[in-house]
Design a protein around this ligand. Sequence first.
Ligand SMILES: *[C@@H]1O[C@H](CO)[C@@H](O)[C@H](O)[C@H]1NC(C)=O
Ligand SMILES: *[C@@H]1O[C@H](CO)[C@@H](O)[C@H](O)[C@H]1NC(C)=O
Ligand SMILES: *[C@@H]1O[C@H](CO)[C@@H](O)[C@H](O)[C@H]1NC(C)=O
Ligand SMILES: *[C@@H]1O[C@H](CO)[C@@H](O)[C@H](O)[C@H]1NC(C)=O
Ligand SMILES: *[C@@H]1O[C@H](CO)[C@@H](O)[C@H](O)[C@H]1NC(C)=O
Length: 240
Amino acid sequence: MTLLSIAGGIVDDSALSSMASNASTRKTFIDSSITIGGPYNFHGLDLDWEFSSTTTDMSNLVFRSLSYPAEAMENNLDWITVMAFDIGAPTWKPNLTEAPAALYNPFSEVSGDSEISSWIRAGFPARKIVFGLPYYGYAWKLKDANNHGFLAPANGADITADGALGYTHIRNRIIGQGGAITAFNYTFASDYCYNGTTWVGYDDVKSILAKILYAKGKGLLGYFTWRVGLDDNWTLSKTV
Ligand SMILES: *[C@@H]1O[C@H](CO)[C@@H](O)[C@H](O)[C@H]1NC(C)=O
Ligand SMILES: *[C@@H]1O[C@H](CO)[C@@H](O)[C@H](O)[C@H]1NC(C)=O
Ligand SMILES: *[C@@H]1O[C@H](CO)[C@@H](O)[C@H](O)[C@H]1NC(C)=O
Ligand SMILES: *[C@@H]1O[C@H](CO)[C@@H](O)[C@H](O)[C@H]1NC(C)=O
Ligand SMILES: *[C@@H]1O[C@H](CO)[C@@H](O)[C@H](O)[C@H]1NC(C)=O
C-alpha cells in the first residue's frame, strides 16, 4: 500500500492552517492531491499535519473542541498514525535523561500507552490506530558518568546538535565500538546505553518487542516507523 504524504515535521503549519480555513482553498488542496496522486495509483492520502493546534484548525479539520474530534475522524479516516515518540528529547528536556519514546511512564503523564489510551477513551476505535516506532534515539551528556539511569542529571544534547541519532549510528558507532553498556528499563519499556558521560535513550529489540506485544494486545491496526532507512541491517524490522 502506497500513500501520497503531504506536509510533515518541518512544514510551516500556518500554511496548512490557512489552506484549511477556506472552503475554496480546501477544495483546491483536495483536487490537486487527486491530480498529483491519481496517475500513480496511490491508495490514499496521508495528511501529516504536525500539528493542528487551535480550535479553528480543529473545526476546519473536521469539527468541535480543541481535543481531536474522534468521532468525525473515525467516520472520515481509514486510520490514524500515532507518533508515540519524541516524548523526551534534550532540546526540551535538557536537564534529565529521558526515555524518548517510553511505552509507559509512571513519572509523567505522557507515554505511548497514555497516547493510545486517550484515543480509545475518546471513542476512537483501536482497530483504526497505527502505532509509531522510532528507529532513532537521543544522546544526552551526563553530569556524572556514575549516575546513568533514566532521569539522571544531564547537560543537554551530546554527539549531535539536538542529540538525535539513527539506530544504525547507535549500533555501529556507539555500541559496536566497544566500551558502551546497554540496558533495558522495564518501568519505561525502553532501551538505553552509555559510555562515560555519553548517554543514549533509544528503541532496540526489547523496546520494539514490548511495543508490538502492546499493539497486538490492544487490537491496534498495525505499526509504522520513522524511518525504515535508519534500521541497521533490518534488525528492528525483522523483530517486528
Ligand atoms: C477563500 O479563498 C479564495 C481563493 O483564494 C478567495 O478568493 C476568497 O476570498 C477566500 N474566502 C475567504 C472567506 O477568505
Ligand atoms: C535546566 O536547568 C537550567 C539551569 O539550572 C535551568 O535554567 C532551566 O530552566 C532548566 N530547564 C528545564 C527545561 O527544566
Ligand atoms: C527505571 O528507571 C527509573 C528512573 O531512573 C527507576 O526509578 C526504576 O527503578 C527503573 N526501573 C527498573 C525496572 O530498573
Ligand atoms: C567510550 O569511552 C571511552 C572513554 O571516554 C572512549 O575512549 C571510547 O572511545 C568510548 N567509546 C565509544 C564507542 O564512544
Ligand atoms: C545482515 O543480516 C544477515 C542475516 O539476517 C547477515 O547474514 C548479514 O551478515 C548481515 N550483514 C551485516 C553487514 O551485518
